[in-house]
Ligand binder design. Sequence first.
Ligand SMILES: *Cc1c(COP(=O)(O)O)cnc(C)c1O
Length: 428
Amino acid sequence: MNTMIEVMRQKMSHESFTENVTKLWKDWKWQVKHVIRDVDTVEKILNIKLTKEERANIEETIKIFPMSITPYYLSLIDADDYKNDPIFKQAFPDKRELHITKYDMVDPLAEDKDSPAIGITHRYPDRVLFHVSNLCAMYCRHCTRKRKVGDNDCIPSKEQLQEGLEYIRNNLMIRDVLISGGDPFMLSDDLIDWVLGELNKIEHIEVIRIGTRTPVVLPYRITDNLVEILKKHGVIWINTHFNHPKEITDSSKEALRKLAMAGIPLGNQSVLLADVNDCPRIMKRLVHNLVQNRVRPYYIYQCDLSEGLEHFRTSVGKGIEIMESLRGHTSGFAVPTYVIDAPGGGGKIPVMPNYLISWSTNKVILRNYEGVITTYQEPDDYRHDSCDLKCNTCNLQLKLQKGEESKITGIAKLIADYNEVITLTPSE
Ligand SMILES: *Cc1c(COP(=O)(O)O)cnc(C)c1O
């Protein structure tokens, strides 16, 4: 980082704050103001030289998918071996992004199609994604919303956010709001305070989640003031996005510590990326580093079918291999769920090794992580009372308020005793 500050000092010598770069370095607004968007600056800072052809390719790529790297994130790159650096690969454009395969989609998760109001994606009955901006400090090369990166980047006004809020207010089934983006923490403290305040006023909202990559790419965003605001507003969970152990630095640890100390449960969503983290040893190191910093690994995503991501995609088998190397081999709470977000808007589908090998009427055959094959004898006289939804007369004593239960859907509906449906037939 010191050379980085030195280069920054030189670069900004025409500006008035030369002596203060070290202090300014930890000012998130300074970082945002100085994000690197051009190849020249990357070459200068890393002290590297691209060939003419390489440069032409990158320029071409940036025209379609722009580049934006925070000085902080750039400073983590090992300049001596930048081509193999996991930070470099996530931040610096690659001409392979221009290669669009016939399976690639502009909007693979159908987020725009499933959008009933500006900024809202409503796929699961009880929860919504609320995109509060499309602005990010760093443009991840593997962004699933690549289609939107760099599109009229701007902080939304309260009026623009009102439509989404209104939708949430009017849908009593929604109990969980996932604030996403872009990066929600690119909004000002005041606007974050306002959005959270508005959500908190809605009686049916039980939890608010925020998805942010700032602890990874802009850890100085987690200021004391921001933390005070988060603490003020009901139950907030935060999910962040670390992909590689190298991203866990003293600065990011400090950001995570502040959030955890404010009582905010922290989770992490990683994306499985070829040549970046497609290795059981790297993933194990990552989840260990996360739990050491009070972050619970939540999901590992199979890389989406967004345009220009083919070079990042792995086989699904690689993900299963990674899960096989975690479950049983490390603390249960360090094991995330590996999911494929189904193209076309099918939602997240968990994928894992098979542990249930076979079964009979009263016995299941299982195998454990060591390969031990074992049996579990089921009770001879387990009697299950058919459920008629009349909780008042049920021994299990669930005391639900009226309207507290949402309607059953999907496979659970086929299973339910009180439902007559015996097949699910796709409407198309
Ligand atoms: C991921 C996602 C959610 C949240 O899913 P969880 O499994 O509850 O974390 C909600 N809505 C949409 C559209 C999503 O993509």
